[in-house]
Ligand binder design. Structure first.
Ligand code: ATP
Ligand code: MG
Length: 496
């Protein structure tokens, strides 16, 4: 098959493909296609060949979209890298991914230089002698690649919530299957405009770009200009460009709702990456925000399950049923399937499940069984097949021989009106093996003793946090998940 963009351009060349809210520039599919051809020609001039791994160190920017499609046009594997990594982390990622070249921009040039031997080129005019401006490279003619479903096209690092990030290899078949299954849950309209404020180095940020090209709809980019999510800017872009959908993590949605009402043109808010609190879902219900809580991960090219708003409002906390084509099983510690209503690990199989961890056959083998891919996430399925995610396998706390589910404790804490959010972890304890620790973001005056009294009505004695700390915001990974190790560190220093 042709690359995704070539296929689309032939069908609807004049439809809007891409809008950059920052620069107010717009591209039709024909214009984007021509730009991608030019980028691909420069990349070939740089020495890039089919099958090469092409590193991309760019924030959410039109150049990242061009680079993604150019890599597909050339038959390369794009490796988007987190622009917020420390130099040693970036070096580690570049080394593990076997890059042929690293493409940066004006903002990321300084980070890209000197971290490795890999040649660096920039999509912008460059100030650094060691960096080539891609536009200055002589273009070389090339033959567009022909793709098969099982060909790897993307390599993405997981968020590293549970340890060293893993490099996930995704095929073009994974991306197409994910786009199809998502469309069957969210629907697609010809005039759809999908705002994507999420980083392009996470699946959640890449998905709207790939899907829009497959659907023939438009993607609208808002850059976070390196200072984090700007709710006012995102809201402005939503209104100005009549967006119909947006992908967000819960903290972003909370801030977007604080910034004002969403336009009536809105069809969906795809909300994922971390659990959404009941309070947030209720806020959406009150303001008729079409929230679609979703559960997914890098290894499944994003969505595994997604709830429609009516389901989310009636059953607050669920992430809905698995998408079509995705088989989900719940497995107990002995590897046996459990009945509906019972808790276990989610194991998934189907066409969105990744090809393996790059250059790591041991980790790949450990992640699969005859049931499919073991997500490491824990939860249950109710009688209607809706999924409820309650935590992660390796987060369970064992204190004095008792098992504690951190999410159950966090949820009890969040039930206190003065608690905005909470993260619960196990802390090493000489007497109990582990003790329960809680890091809390409070909205108004609240102390640890009051919170413990509140917990006593809802939790068993061994579940009540022995260590409680207060912070202004929880430490999160770039994709919005709570960083467990950082929580532990803060509690060790500041908990009481
Ligand atoms: P690592 O695999 O390196 O530990 P990670 O799992 O956080 O990092 P991602 O693939 O970015 O990396 O995140 C996917 C994970 O995020 C899921 O496995 C799940 O634990 C969590 N998650 C995603 N959506 C939800 C949700 N709606 N509710 C609860 N958890 C979610
Ligand atoms: Mg993971």
């Amino acid at each position: 098959m042709n690359d995704v963009l070539a296929h689309r351009t032939r069908a609807t060349p004049d439809a809007t493909a891409l809008i950059d809210a920052g620069s107010r520039q717009e591209w039709s599919y024909a214009e984007l296609d021509a730009a991608v051809d030019r980028t691909a020609g420069h990349l070939v001039g740089l020495g890039i060949e089919p099958g090469d791994h092409l590193g991309c160190l760019l924030d959410t920017h039109p150049a990242a979209v061009r680079l993604l499609h150019a890599a597909l046009r050339l038959g390369c594997v794009l490796v988007p890298l987190n622009t917020r990594l420390a130099p040693n982390e970036l070096e580690d990622r570049i080394e593990r991914a076997d890059l042929a070249a690293l493409i940066c921009g004006a903002d990321t040039e300084a980070s890209a230089v000197g971290v490795s031997e890999v040649p660096v080129a920039s999509v912008d005019a460059t100030e650094h002698a060691a960096v080539t401006a891609l536009a200055d490279v002589e273009t070389v003619e090339f033959e567009p690649a022909t793709w098969s479903r099982d060909d790897p096209c993307l390599m993405l690092a997981t968020s590293g919530t549970t340890g060293r990030p893993k490099l996930v290899v995704l095929t073009i078949g994974n991306l197409i299957a994910s786009a199809v299954a998502s469309a069957f849950r969210l629907g697609v309209l010809p005039g759809d405009r999908w705002l994507s404020p999420l980083s392009v180095y996470h699946m959640g940020g890449l998905a709207p770009i790939v899907r829009s090209a497959l659907y023939g709809t438009a993607v609208v980019l808002v850059d976070d200009d390196g200072t984090g999510f700007d709710a006012a800017r995102a809201r402005h872009a939503l209104v100005e460009y009549d967006c119909t959908g947006v992908s967000l993590v819960p903290t972003m949605l909370r801030r977007l709702l604080d910034a004002g009402d969403l336009p009536d043109s809105f069809r969906f808010v795809l909300l994922g990456g971390a659990p959404a609190s009941t309070d947030l879902i209720e806020r959406c219900a009150r303001r008729t925000v079409p929230v679609h809580p979703t559960y997914g991960m890098t290894e499944t090219a994003s969505q595994v399950a997604t709830a429609r708003p009516e389901t989310a409002f009636a059953h607050s906390g669920t992430v809905g049923q698995a998408l079509v084509g995705t088989d989900l099983t719940v497995i107990d510690a002995a590897g046996e399937r459990v009945d509906r209503g019972e808790t276990g690990e989610f194991v998934v199989s189907g066409p969105t499940v990744f090809a393996g961890y790059y250059d790591d056959p041991d980790a790949t083998a450990a992640a699969f069984s005859e049931h499919g891919f073991h997500t490491g996430d824990v939860g249950h399925r109710d009688a209607e097949g809706r999924l409820w995610v309650t935590g992660r396998l390796d987060e369970r706390i064992v204190t004095g021989g008792e098992n504690v589910d951190p999410e159950a404790v966090a949820s009890a804490l969040r039930a206190h009106p003065a608690v905005d959010s909470a993260a619960v972890v196990g802390l090493d304890d000489p007497e109990w093996g582990e003790r329960v620790g809680a890091l809390v973001v409070r909205e108004k005056d609240l102390d640890a003793a009051t919170l413990r009294t509140h917990c006593r009505e809802r939790l068993a004695g061994f579940e009540i946090p022995r260590t409680i700390g207060f912070v202004d915001s929880l430490p999160r990974t770039a994709s919005g998940t709570v960083e467990r190790d950082a929580v532990r560190e803060i509690l060790r220093e500041r908990g009481d």
